[in-house]
Structures are given as C-alpha cells and as structure tokens.
Design a protein around this ligand. Structure first.
Ligand code: CA
Length: 513
C-alpha cells in the first residue's frame, strides 16, 4: 500500500514536470537584413504586398515604434544576442577588424543552460564563430545571394547551389524536422541575407513588377539645407554603381559570374531586355536619378517577395507539424532602410526610416490576434523578451526589458520608456555618415554629430515628419533643447556610455553650432 502511495506521488511529480516542460514555448526569430517598414504591407507599404509577414501581425502583435540603437548590420545582431548597447558588447561597427568575444553572455547561453535546443542558421555577420548554439550554419560575412558558401560547425566551408533565401529556409526547416533534440523546447534564429545590397532577386521574381512605376518619395530631391552630416554623406541613389548595384553592364561582376547556366540565362533575359531600353544620352541628371530609383526599387522589392514567400514556408511547416500553437514567431530586421527618402539607399542615420525596425510577433497562447503596440521598443529588449518567454530569469546586466507585459491586457506597465538613446560609430567607410549619438522622444529628436566637424540637429517630428528642418537655431525651441540635452545625458549615464558622455559634456561647454 505504502509503495503504491509513493508510486502515485511519483507519477504526480512526473505529470507536473512534463506539463511544465510542454508549457515552455519554442522560439523562432526570423531576422532579415535591411528590411524597411516601407516594404511591409502590415506597416502600410505603398510598394509591395507581404501576405506572410502580415499574417504574423494579423494572428499576433505588431509593434509600431521599434528602434535600433545603432543602425547597421553586425552591431544590431550583437544587440539582439546580448541585450546590451554596442559600447558594452564591443560590436561598434561592421569592420572586419572588429572581432567581438562571442563567449560573452548572450540569450542562447541562458536558454541552453535551461534546457533549450538552440540554433542559428543563415546570416550571422559577426567576425567570430557562434557559441552557445547546439547547431549553427552561417554565411561568411555578408554572404552571397546566388550559390552561397556557408561556414559549418567544424569550420569547413561548403557551397550550396541555389538562392540564399530559399536555402536558408530549407536548412532551418531541416533542423526543425530532423536536426534538433525533440525532447527539448527549441530556439531558432533564421538569419536572412535579403534584402541587403546588392539586391539580387531570385530568378522567379524578376518579372513580378513588370510595368510598375514605384512612387517617388517627396524628399527624393532633398537639398540637405542646415544639415551638415546629410550634406557630407555618400549614399545617394543617383550615385549607385551601374554594374554592381543596378545590373547594367554587369557581366563581369563577381556575383553574376558565380551563377550557373540556368540562373544566368534567366538573369540575362530579364536585365538585358530591360537595359536595352535605356539610353542615357538623351536623359537629364534628374531623369537618370529617377531611372536608378526605379531599378533599385524593382530589385529590392523582388528580394522581398522571396523573403515573404519563405517566411510563409516556415509558418506552413509549423501548422503542418502542430508546432504553431506553442511556438513564438518573431519577425524583425536588423534595422530599417531608405527607399529613396532624402534621395538615399542604406541606413546609419538616426532619421526615422533607418532608426525604425520592423517587429512583429505571434504567440497564440498569450497574444490576441490583431494586437497593436505603440510603446517605444528598442532592440535591447529582444533578448530579455526571449528569456522572459522561456521562463528564464533576465540577467541584471541586460539593458532592455521584456515586451511581454505590453501585449498582455492584464498588467500593462505604466512606467514604460518615453525616450530612447542612439549611438552610431562607423566612419568614414562606408558612406561617410558622421558618427553621432542622440535621443528620440515621442515628439523630438536631438542629434549630435562628431568626428569630422561637429553639429547639432533638432527635429520636431510633429511639425516636420519628413525630417528636413533642423530647428537647432530656432529660439522657439530653446527650452526644448535644454530639456533634451539633460535627458540625453541621463540616458548615457543609465546605459553606461562613458565615451559619449565625455563628448557630450565637452559639446555642452562650447557654443552651439
Ligand atoms: Ca543591415
């Protein structure tokens, strides 16, 4: 009888243990590269439809005000991993000399220690191999769209025939299906190269926009008046390279030469036919800039079609296998991007198009369909959110907060942040965007550029949503500026950016420029 009683107790413990185990959600983060909010229909894109990304929003939550701390590839991934600003995780920029310690604490470390199977597949863009992943297979550096090479866990390199977005998805599904330890909950990051420069579409999407003219942003011919750093940059669409970027006379560029015969034929059939219609001798400089814009938009949007389709494949797999209910799916990109605003491509600046990140999440067990969050989220929040969702304590040295309370109707936090801190470093390569730091509140943006000359900018987002007026010398804003400088300093102290604090204190002693 006594034995039976113990057996009963033991079975109760087992039931409660397994119940606890099955409760822990799986976590998939689909993290693309340079995907602008203006190219996602859930964010109101006028350019393209993204039904699969929209589906994540419709069945979950869309965060409409998510910002990155440093608008560039490697640094954003380091923030995703560590939940810390780049002055603490070491990934200041994309330079090949920047090699951070990938053994520092990161969210996969804590997940792994707490019984998760962890994996990262695709674009990684940190110059040391991943750690804390049960499985990883990553693109070297920026990676290739066509027939990409991968670095494997034994440090060998292999080349896979095909198109990167498809292959990365194949690899991810294969790990989900056959690679992982199915006794554990899992965490998987699917890192896409798309839609990064040089925007090489999959052959099947080349004709998707035949006959379409993309709307030109009203700031396309911005004169950069009163904005010194904007005058100094080199990231204008009018200067895109004909061969590498625009696919005109591109038969000798490296990525075209890696294509196989079938890929090359589809590529040439499309571009050579279209390029034959171009005669620049009869065009003005403005007309050429607009032609370049249309080609740029065509290629960028065609990359988005493949990205969205492949996200659909992952969602379908989760449905088919019954994993959807207990799997958190996050879609985000490392930062936003310019699609002709201010005449630009690329990112880096603290202006809205590149400061913003798409961030959409589905978690049927917690998030009601069609939830919208307007609170200010920063990418330091991603790692704490993932740990919180997994029931793992958030380490004190992570600088962000879990966003889960923002999506639960019961306990919405009242003291959520009302301002965010930004710091960009990489200069002069590439694109000559001066290093800068700044603060963004709900209405204002105060930016300080340093390095090659210094300058302040104040943007009033309410009166100037296109960010073309620098109000720093407008006496009406004197009190606002003083308040923002004080708040900027508080944020620097809070986030321990001592280097920037020194620069700010020096700048505050000198007359305004
Ligand atoms: Ca990027």
């Amino acid at each position: 009888m006594k034995n039976l009683f113990y057996l009963f107790l033991l079975s109760l413990c087992f039931v409660s243990f397994t119940k606890k185990q099955t409760k822990r959600p799986n976590i998939i983060v689909i993290f693309s590269d340079d995907h602008a909010l203006q190219a996602i229909s859930a964010y109101g894109s006028p350019h393209v439809k993204t039904p699969n990304i929209d589906r994540i929003a419709r069945e979950g939550v869309i965060f409409r005000n998510t910002f990155c701390t440093n608008s560039i590839c490697g640094p954003s991934r380091a923030v995703l991993l560590t939940g810390k600003y780049n002055h603490l995780n070491g990934q200041y920029d994309n330079r090949t000399e920047t090699k951070i310690n990938t053994g520092q604490p990161m969210f996969p470390k804590y997940l792994q220690e707490n019984g998760y199977a962890t994996s990262w597949i695709g674009k990684w863009h940190i110059n040391n191999n991943p750690q804390y992943f049960d499985y990883w297979k990553v693109l070297p550096g920026q990676g290739q769209y066509y027939n990409p090479d991968f670095i494997n866990m034994d440090n060998s390199r292999t080349r896979t025939e095909g198109y990167a977005t498809n292959i990365i998805t194949d690899e991810a599904i294969q790990w989900l299906d056959k690679g992982r330890d199915k006794s554990k909950p899992f965490s998987l990051v699917i890192g896409h190269k798309a839609p990064h420069r040089e925007w090489q579409p999959d052959a099947q999407d080349l004709h998707a926009f035949d006959g379409k003219q993309f709307d030109v942003p009203k700031t396309f011919f911005d004169d950069y008046k009163d904005r010194k750093a904007a005058q100094h940059q080199q990231m204008e669409i009018k200067d895109l390279r004909w061969d590498w970027d625009l696919k005109v006379g591109a038969s000798d560029v490296g990525y075209v030469k890696r294509m196989n015969k079938t890929q090359r034929k589809a590529w040439d059939d499309y571009y050579e036919t279209e390029n034959a219609k171009l005669d620049t001798t009869k065009m003005t400089a403005k007309e050429i800039a607009l032609w370049k814009y249309q080609r740029y938009m065509h290629d960028y949007m065609a990359c988005i079609l493949s990205l969205d389709r492949n996200i659909g494949r992952v969602l379908d797999y989760l449905d088919k296998t019954g994993l959807a209910e207990n799997t958190i799916v996050i879609y985000a990109s490392d930062q936003g991007f310019y699609l002709g605003e201010h005449g630009w491509y690329d990112k880096r600046f603290m202006y809205e198009e590149s400061l913003r990140m798409p961030f959409i999440m589905r978690y049927p067990k917690m998030v009601k369909p069609n939830t919208v969050v307007d609170n200010m989220v920063v990418n330091i929040d991603f790692a704490p959110t993932i740990l919180h969702a997994a029931g793992v304590p958030i380490p004190n040295d992570m600088q962000g907060k879990s966003v889960l309370p923002l999506v639960s109707s019961k306990k919405k936090p009242k003291d959520w942040r009302k301002s965010m801190y930004y710091h960009y470093y990489e200069y002069p390569d590439a694109h000559r965007v001066m290093p800068h730091f700044g603060i963004r509140t709900e209405r204002y943006k105060l930016i300080y550029y340093y390095g090659n000359g210094t300058s302040w900018e104040l943007i009033d987002l309410k009166n100037d949503p296109d960010e073309v007026k620098n109000e720093i010398n407008n006496p009406n804003y004197k009190a606002v500026i003083a308040k923002l400088k004080k708040e900027l300093k508080t944020l620097m102290i809070q986030y321990k950016d001592n280097e920037a604090l020194e620069l700010l204190e020096k700048a505050m002693k000198t007359p305004q420029l």
